[in-house]
Design a protein. Structure first.
Length: 67
């Protein structure tokens, strides 16, 4: 079902800032969480709620570790 978001996400990548794209993907993931049973909803929302700044910091750390 998330495949439907690949094309719009690709278009957004070329037109928006990284934060805007991240926020849009996060929002779409949270919409998908609404479709889950209550037992899985909280875990899904926790995975989909990381602030952009935290995500970017972790991404930069990962990039710096690459040889």
């Amino acid at each position: 079902m998330k495949v439907y978001w690949l094309l719009p996400a690709a278009i957004l990548l070329s037109a928006c800032s990284n934060k805007a794209v991240y926020d849009n993907v996060k929002w779409n993931n949270q919409l998908e969480c609404l479709k889950l049973p209550p037992a899985q909803y909280d875990e899904c929302m926790a995975r989909s709620s990381k602030p952009y700044e935290e995500y970017e910091s972790e991404r930069q750390e990962t990039l710096e570790k690459k040889p």
